[in-house]
Design a protein around this ligand. Structure first.
Ligand code: CU
Length: 184
């Protein structure tokens, strides 16, 4: 007599193995390790009065600038990163626009603009404005060619007039009415 013994083996449930992602220790280059993730600039007018503040945050793709200004003449004003971190009235001390790639001026420039070129500020009637500006052409990372923390530093500058986004080298933006050195 043949005994057909069928043994029902419980299906082994393959437990989904929890995948342990090994935490990869961040490998920072020495230069990056010293680089700030945030930076700041206090903007003053030609008389030395504080008229604004900017907080800069490094992101993966550029630098987010949160700017607040007070008591600025209503209307459009050019807003740039200038090449030298020195703000002595009338702020020519800040040099030209930050332009490590030696491009022509203007966000509408065919060849790609200065790294310091940014959109105009639109200041309302009460003279106070809070705005966020993203600049993908600069970095806070030291040692990079487009770092605002290069040998002579950098400054944020607000102009009397709007930037026309094309006239080389300064967008026909007129006088510099406020300036702030970018600091860690
Ligand atoms: Cu400027």
């Amino acid at each position: 007599m043949t005994i057909n013994r069928q043994v029902a083996w419980p299906l082994a449930v393959a437990a989904a193995a929890a995948v342990m992602v090994a935490a990869v220790a961040p490998v920072a280059t020495p230069a990056l390790a010293q680089s700030p993730a945030i930076a700041k600039a206090v903007l003053k007018d030609k008389s030395g009065k504080e008229v604004g503040e900017a907080n800069l945050t490094q992101t993966k793709n550029g630098v987010l600038i949160r700017l607040s200004v007070k008591g600025i003449e209503p209307g459009e004003h050019a807003f740039h990163v200038h090449a030298v971190g020195k703000c002595e009235a009338p702020f020519t001390s800040a040099g030209g626009h930050f332009n490590p790639a030696s491009h022509k001026h203007g966000l509408e420039s065919a060849e790609g603009a200065h790294a310091g070129d940014m959109p105009n500020l639109h200041v309302p009637q009460n003279g106070d404005l809070k705005v966020e500006v993203f600049n993908a052409m600069i970095t806070l990372a030291k040692g990079q060619p487009n770092s605002v923390f290069d040998a002579d530093g950098s400054a944020l500058v607000i102009h009397a007039k709007a930037d026309d986004n094309k006239t080389d080298p300064a967008g026909d933006a007129g006088d510099r009415i406020a300036c702030g050195v970018v600091t860690e």
